[in-house]
Design a protein around this ligand. Sequence first.
Ligand code: ZN
Length: 305
Amino acid sequence: MTPFSQVPAVYHRLVGDVLVTALCDGYVAYDTLEIMRDGDHAKLARFLQDDGRTVPPVVSINAFLIRDGTRTILVDCGSGDIMGPTCGHLPGLLRGLGIDPGAITDVLLTHVHPDHSNGLTDPATGRKLFPNALVHVHQAEIDHWFDDAAKAGATERQKRVYFDAGRVQLGPYLDGAVRRFSHEHEALPGITAVPSTGHTPGHTCYILRSRGEAMIVWGDTVHVPEVQLGDPGVGMIFDTDSAAGAVSRRRILQRCVEEDLLVAGMHIHFPGFARIRPGHVGAFRFVQEQWFHAPHPGRGASLDR
Ligand SMILES: [Zn+2]
């Protein structure tokens, strides 16, 4: 067989005047449908098969770099070394773009989970991997993952991968480099933090607006689009509160439809952009955005040129 390696998974897209770059940290290939909660497994498998996907699903892990000419912002920061050999590519992708980690001004965390926040700190040394960044995170994330009583009620895996890792990752930033919030607000110029709790206690989406265009980075609103748009009631075993997560999912999906938001998803197949349309009763339709060869769909050459 001809040896090969895949090209680095980096994709640029303009939203108004702001350059958004999708960075694929890697992927996770699950070996069971048990990762999904509150759904009939035969139906879940049918959703996946109808879309030509693998059963059980393979899930991409993306982060998004936002450059507005003033700030260099990461929304989530990859999984570090915790998710195994198919993940952990984000530092190499930044290097390939010529971006020094010291140039990252802000990290907007959608939530504290290993595939989103484990790129903050080197666990071996406790050294910040983004030494000049301000980390924006919902107060409830800190309250929950640093709560010993909540940790005592968790499984051994949850203790290690969520609570212990979360404390190691956030800890070095708590000394003055964390901006906490608990309500919808403008986190940075042009970027609104929109709490959508349930998946975790402080799960948050971020809406970027520039020159009349709008994009929502929706974190883990949806893990498996083929399933959870057809049946938004299906949650994941990783949810802290699946019922609250489903309420947030429906609310965010509805907002995506009503405001025609461009979606940037941490677990949407790379490059991770989509639109949401109304579906059958209570359901939604997922329209993955096509790959554009120019950074903006409207700014290529015209046919008659
Ligand atoms: Zn996730």
